[in-house]
Design a protein around this ligand. Structure first.
Ligand code: ADP
Ligand code: MG
Length: 316
């Protein structure tokens, strides 16, 4: 039986930390990324792709702010939609080209995805996710007043230590789930839930409305994996293996964790919030919802990890 795999791409799959983010740079990275995805497809898996959008949304927010006197800045839900389209386009085009080269004419489609969140999610009361540019104290004060942004100090020193923070609510449901399933059943490679999806809430009358928030891409990717009935959830980031005692002298690579161990290590605080912690939480949820195995590794080790040769495997 063909196994379905959801691949969650991290920031470095599209823009490296040291790069400015020109279209050339991003396409170069996307080509590298798609080579690895092609290998997974050739391995006989049904592949569903999701990705982050932090660097792209950050750049777009800077662009918007710089031009705000001339062109009105758009809210975060629209920024999410714009970057989903941007990254989806790059992945979709590159992957189609590679598939064609390999003699395959599998269609690739990006689904602009909305993800339902709860308007009573605790994160709406205490926003935690930094977005966009860094500000000086004075700029921060002005923006907080003018745009009612929540602004927090995110660095201990420097001229620009402040950043806007937005809620990062839990993903509850994927609005386009049936369309995504139909596409996959028809043999399409789907790219969905980019940047965690566009956060939307449901009003009393059942209608949807975008919210200014950012959903964690690994948690949204896990929801996607549930919705498509994935066997494997593969998180591709910038580390080959998850570490125990991260950053300490007794730090050690983990080849494997059981569900129980993952829960215990989460409690013991081995994984940093905002980076590794949501990935482990996502893997735990995936296994709890009957997923077979979750793997965390680096992009260039994807196929080796699927063969069980490296990465961190999380299974029951
Ligand atoms: P992505 O863009 O792929 O989501 P993140 O930066 O969010 O990447 O997460 C990967 C990072 O998580 C690693 O580069 C590392 O700095 C950090 N990290 C935190 N805790 C751990 C841990 N226990 N083991 C490995 N990496 C960890
Ligand atoms: Mg991340």
């Amino acid at each position: 039986m063909v196994r379905t795999i959801v691949v969650a791409l991290g920031g470095n799959a599209i823009k490296r930390a040291e790069e400015r983010g020109t279209a050339e740079e991003q396409f170069r990275n996307v080509r590298e990324t798609c080579k690895h995805i092609l290998e997974i497809i050739k391995g006989g898996y049904k592949v569903v792709i999701t990705h982050g959008n932090g660097p792209q949304a950050g750049n777009l927010l800077i662009q918007q702010e710089e031009a705000s006197e001339v062109v009105p800045p758009q809210p975060l839900d629209i920024v999410g939609a714009m970057t989903q389209g941007q990254i989806g386009y790059m992945l979709q085009q590159t992957l189609i080209n590679y598939l064609k080269e390999a003699g395959l004419n599998t269609p690739v489609v990006t689904v602009l995805t909305q993800v339902l969140v709860d308007k009573n999610d605790p994160d709406f009361h205490d926003p935690s996710k930094p977005v966009g540019p860094f500000y000086t104290e004075e700029e921060a004060r002005k923006l907080a007043k003018k745009k009612s942004y929540v602004i927090k100090k995110v660095k201990p020193v420097g001229e620009k230590m402040y950043r806007r923070v937005v809620p990062s609510p839990n993903p509850i449901a994927i609005i386009e789930r049936n369309a995504i399933r139909s596409l996959i059943d028809a043999g399409t490679i789907v790219i969905a839930c980019g940047g965690g999806g566009i956060p939307v809430m449901m009003k009393e009358d059942g209608s949807l409305e975008g919210v200014e928030a950012v959903i964690d891409k690994d948690l949204a990717g896990e929801k996607l994996a549930e919705v498509v009935g994935a066997d494997i959830f593969l998180i591709l980031t910038d580390v080959e293996k998850v570490k125990l005692n991260y950053g300490k002298l007794n730090e050690k690579d983990l080849d494997r964790m059981t569900l129980g161990e993952a829960r215990r290590y989460l409690k013991e605080g081995h994984f940093l919030p905002g980076s590794m912690k949501p990935k482990i939480v996502a893997c735990v949820r995936f296994l709890e919802s009957n997923g077979e195995k979750a793997i965390i590794t680096s992009l260039d080790k994807a196929t080796e990890a699927l063969e069980g040769k490296t990465g961190t495997l999380i299974s029951r």
